[in-house]
Design a protein around this ligand. Structure first.
Ligand code: ZN
Length: 185
């Protein structure tokens, strides 16, 4: 059931989504901690939401945005490592596999965690399988930035945030920014 896991404070499943109301939500919004639900079918609504997410990603600007970050606990994210319009990609019900190439530690930010940077260690190469907006399954392999984006956005679908991966030093460096977000809720 597509809407079973929706956060009612973020979205009433009885109502159509108002695209104009979709906006990036910040930690500690509850939807960011939910396990997102698979998308049963690529409907016109899903396509409209994906287009709006791409728009919000570019506006931010960012290189990736997951549906929970706009208040919708759906297994979908968008990514664009270059910022060029032709490089927009949509990944529905993604699965990651084939981690390779060793691991690398890089600073990551998150549109739902403004002002916060965390050094995250991730595999440098990964394979993704997902559904596109035509409802077709596809597979892609990537390394470096795109591999990192896929893993970061995938984490969002499981309710995982970069602040879960902080070293003691990152925890200290980000303490004030996290507290300010928590107090702004
Ligand atoms: Zn993020």
């Amino acid at each position: 059931m597509l809407f079973a896991a929706l956060d009612r404070r973020a979205y009433d499943p009885g109502m159509a989504i108002d695209l104009e109301q979709l906006a990036i939500v910040h930690y500690p919004h509850d939807v960011l901690r939910q396990m997102a639900a698979p998308i049963a079918e690529v409907t016109d609504e899903i396509k409209s939401v994906a287009a709006k997410m791409i728009e919000l990603m570019h506006q931010a600007p960012g290189v990736g945005l997951a549906a929970p970050q706009v208040g919708l606990p759906w297994r979908m994210f968008v990514a664009n490592p270059t910022g060029e319009a032709g490089d927009d990609r949509v990944y529905i019900n993604p699965q990651l596999s084939g981690a390779a190439g060793g691991s690398a530690a890089r600073d990551e930010g998150c549109l739902s965690l403004p002002g916060i940077t965390v050094e995250v260690t991730r595999p440098t190469e990964i394979t993704i399988r997902a559904i596109n907006l035509e409802g077709e399954a596809f597979e892609d392999s990537g390394d470096d930035l795109i591999a990192r984006i896929w893993q970061h956005e995938y984490d969002h679908l499981d309710g995982v945030l970069i602040i879960d991966k902080m070293s003691p030093m990152d925890r200290m460096a980000n303490r004030r920014a996290i507290k300010e977000l928590e107090e702004a809720k």
